[in-house]
Design a protein around this ligand. Structure first.
Ligand SMILES: Cc1cc2nc3c(=O)[nH]c(=O)nc-3n(C[C@H](O)[C@H](O)[C@H](O)COP(=O)(O)OP(=O)(O)OC[C@H]3O[C@@H](n4cnc5c(N)ncnc54)[C@H](O)[C@@H]3O)c2cc1C
Length: 412
């Protein structure tokens, strides 16, 4: 009996940890194509950008963890094939690893820009420690930076590089910032916050091509509106794609992510998939979803381990996410719907407020800016099915923190 885990990121490491914590006594082998010891990605676009020249990985677990828990970690080697009939994984170095249980935790990769010039030196994605180091070495105060995409990575990167004294232009093809994940109120508030620091945010403008100036000293980003932006560096914050090709090649069901059931099993019962690479039936989204967050990767990692250990529960964890953009921390609990009814509570002018989102009359998600207590209350409300209605929330003086505490106390 051996569990092989492909991918040594947040989700893969959590599966290994939870298997051991749950008493799994068989072999565990984890394969990662990255050379460094497993590390956390969120700091790559946050604190580390603010400490130029000092990017150091924050480990997901201390190195001792792998030895202490008898986890055989193979670093710097990709899994290149899965033979489901023989139950083996082939590695790039020629090794064949037999498995009785396989975990796909392959994460995601930066979506290619798909335009001419995308492979010029000076054009960077930001997914790995190596990416962050390469980007960092190309940055100096006063550098002109074009960022493609006003999603979380683009905006976090923009504020970090702005703090380092760079000139920033963001080209966003959509009509607002963080459109996929946030309400219009939140998009507008963050766009203004970034503009107030001197970041130039352009919406409904798509990058069309990247050239160089005649001497080749600088990049020139050309947009679909015909504008030319000179840049020392172009950062691709245009989203990621699931690493699902290995799964697809092995014949697993795939649709922008490896499809799993509510126990996180793929179409092959010997294989589970977790984290950024998995598309799962989400009770909170009301449809199949693929989420890209630390919470999703760790909660699914725990759940997949319990499935391997014989559990049959459905995965139902409340999704939550955070983003740090300059001095502002955004925390989202639940999934923000495009057609939700919304109430803004608190003081947007002072940078302390929340947007409560409702489907019909029921609270389904809360976005909080610099209000950790409200975020925690939102998670409590959604996790414990504490009923919070739109009608309640519009009452003068309504506080989510007080309301959730009161309901929990009365239920105890
Ligand atoms: C810059 C940045 C900032 C972020 N900030 C936040 C944040 O503030 N809050 C938040 O909640 N989330 C944030 N995220 C998202 C979060 O880090 C991811 O959702 C999480 O890391 C997903 O974990 P994972 O294990 O599914 O995938 P990953 O962490 O991507 O790990 C997958 C691993 O598998 C490896 N792999 C892939 N294919 C193979 C193969 N064939 N063989 C061997 N290895 C393979 C990959 O190289 C990678 O090491 C951020 C992500 C980035 C990149």
């Amino acid at each position: 009996m051996t569990t092989v885990i492909i991918g040594g990121g947040q989700a893969g490491v959590q599966v290994a940890d939870s298997l051991r914590a749950g008493g799994y006594g068989e072999e565990i082998t984890m394969v990662t194509d990255e050379a460094p010891w497993p590390y956390q990605r969120p700091p790559l676009s946050k604190e580390l950008m603010n400490t130029a020249g000092a990017i150091k990985p924050l480990p997901l677990r201390p190195e001792m963890f792998f030895c202490d828990n008898d986890i055989n970690l193979v670093r710097g080697t990709a899994a290149t094939g899965i033979d489901r009939r023989r139950q083996t994984v082939r590695l790039a170095d020629g090794q064949q690893l037999p498995y009785s249980q396989l975990v796909m935790a392959t994460g995601a990769r930066v979506r290619p820009l798909g335009i001419a010039g995308a492979d010029l030196p000076g054009v960077f994605g930001l997914r790995t420690l190596e990416d962050a180091k390469r980007l960092e070495s190309a940055i100096r105060p006063g550098a002109k930076v074009v960022i493609v995409g006003a999603g979380f990575i683009g905006l976090e990167c923009a504020s970090g590089l702005r703090a380092l004294g760079c000139d920033i232009i963001i080209l966003e093809s959509g009509s607002r910032a963080m459109k996929r994940t946030s309400s219009p109120v939140m998009s507008e508030w963050f766009a203004e916050a970034h503009r107030s620091t001197g970041i130039d945010l352009k919406f409904e403008e798509r990058i069309a091509r990247i050239d160089t100036t005649p001497g080749g000293q600088q990049l020139v980003a050309l947009s679909t509106l015909g504008n030319r932006y000179e840049a020392d560096v172009v950062v691709c914050g245009n989203g990621v794609m699931a690493n699902d090709t290995l799964g697809a090649k092995a014949g697993l069901d795939v649709d922008d992510g490896i499809l799993v059931d509510s126990s996180l099993r793929t179409s092959d019962p010997k294989i589970v998939a977790v984290g950024d690479c998995a598309r799962f039936p989400s009770v909170h989204a009301g449809t199949r979803a693929r989420l890209e967050s630390v919470q999703n990767a760790t909660a699914q990692g725990r759940h997949a381990a319990s499935t391997i250990l014989g559990g049959t529960d459905a995965y139902r964890a409340v999704p939550w996410f955070w983003s740090v953009q300059g001095k502002n921390k955004l925390q989202i609990a639940g999934i923000v719907g495009a057609n939700d009814r919304r109430i803004t509570v608190g003081q947007p002018d002072e940078g302390k407020f929340s947007v409560m989102n409702f489907q019909r009359n029921i609270l389904t998600s809360v976005e909080s800016v610099n209000q950790p207590a409200v975020h925690m209350a939102a998670r409590r409300a959604l996790e414990h099915a504490i009923l919070v209605t739109y009608d309640q929330a519009v009452e003068p003086g309504f506080s989510l923190v007080t309301a959730t505490k009161a309901q929990q106390a009365s239920a105890a």
